[in-house]
Design a binder for this molecule. Structure first.
Ligand code: A2P
Length: 314
């Protein structure tokens, strides 16, 4: 099985990335440093994870040359009208200065993604969490008139400026992608979505494959608590192959040409999650079919995204 996939602009992306969502601040630096020393070469970050400083410290502490690490980040919903500004903050957090990044932009992979196809409005003065602005009734302050084509033009600008070696999207369903396709000049390199056998997203994968857009799988184990690991069919495939359920779920994605982004801060699990095995056609068919057999489940459903086509789980 390949160690890297090739994006639609020729950039190579390591097939397994380390997820950093919900990595606690006091464990992030160690997890990143340890992971890089063990052989990870791909880190999936985001401005809103609020731990990019610790990720940057982990990269430096690892001793692994920056040029060997593929780093992804994501513009947060609040800053879709200032993609370049949000990317600068991320680069500052990660500890990459502007000129250095400019010079090394061909060796340090920074993949910049739109985090959700939704723009937040600024919070009211004194709001408890300005990054997650709420209306008085507790719903999110969302700009329903915002044109995602404008966000994408901002993404194309940072790409053209050499600040991101590739650009992509996250959490986009087919209708959103179809709308964007009317105005995109640069085709997204990736679409990062929740993906595991309970939410295999076959139709989205076919749509993206046809256009050269690589899918990335977040929550490949089911997210916090890793609920998919407990499934009896997954456990049976693991036993048959003499591997752990986590190895089955991570390998499932690489075998179908998707980049899994498992998250862990435990050393033992970090090592385990780097292991990828070839699965038989029968095992792949079984895993591909679990959702259709009544196990369909979306495990991440943030309240601001009630209308993103989230009930498609073919
Ligand atoms: P922890 O960080 O304490 O290791 P996902 O990758 O789907 O987002 O799942 C992440 C969750 O799964 C986290 O709760 C993580 O906990 C746990 N996890 C990660 N790797 C493994 C593994 N190999 N076996 C069991 N649980 C795991």
């Amino acid at each position: 099985l390949p160690k890297t996939f090739v994006l639609n602009n020729g950039v190579q992306i390591p097939t397994v990335g380390l997820g950093t969502w919900q990595a606690p601040l006091n464990a992030t630096r160690d997890a990143v440093s340890f992971a890089l020393q063990q052989g990870y070469r791909h880190l999936d970050c985001a401005y809103i994870y609020l731990n990019e400083r610790e990720v940057g410290e982990g990269i430096r502490a690892s001793g692994v040359p920056r040029s060997e690490v593929f780093v992804t980040s994501k513009v947060w919903n609040l800053f879709q009208d200032d993609v370049a500004g949000n990317l600068e903050k991320t680069l500052d957090n990660l500890g990459l200065d502007y000129v250095d990044l400019y010079n090394t932009s061909l060796t340090l992979g920074v993949l910049q993604l739109v985090h959700w196809p939704i723009k937040f409005l600024p919070a009211d003065a004194g709001a408890p969490n300005p990054l997650r602005p709420l209306n008085p009734d507790g719903t999110y302050k969302v700009d329903r008139t915002w044109d995602q084509g404008v966000t994408w033009a901002g993404m194309e600008a940072v790409y053209a400026a050499g600040k991101a070696r590739a650009i992509g999207v996250c959490n986009w369903s087919i209708p959103y992608l179809e709308a964007l396709a009317k105005s995109w000049k640069v085709v997204p390199a990736v679409n990062q979505v929740e993906n595991h056998p309970f939410l295999p997203q076959h139709a989205l994968k076919a749509w993206c494959d046809a256009r050269g857009i690589l899918l990335e799988a977040y929550s490949p184990l089911g997210g916090p608590g890793a609920p998919v690991l407990q499934d009896e069919d997954i456990v049976a495939v693991a036993k048959r192959n003499g591997v752990t359920p986590a190895t089955v779920l991570i390998s499932y994605q690489v075998n179908r040409g998707i980049v899994p982004l498992p998250k862990s801060v435990s050393h033992e699990r970090l090592v385990q999650n780097l292991r990828v095995v070839r699965l038989s056609a029968e095992d792949m068919a079984l895993l591909d079919g679990l959702a259709a057999k009544g196990k369909a489940q979306r495990l991440n459903k943030p309240p601001f995204c009630w209308d993103l086509g989230f009930d498609d789980w073919d």
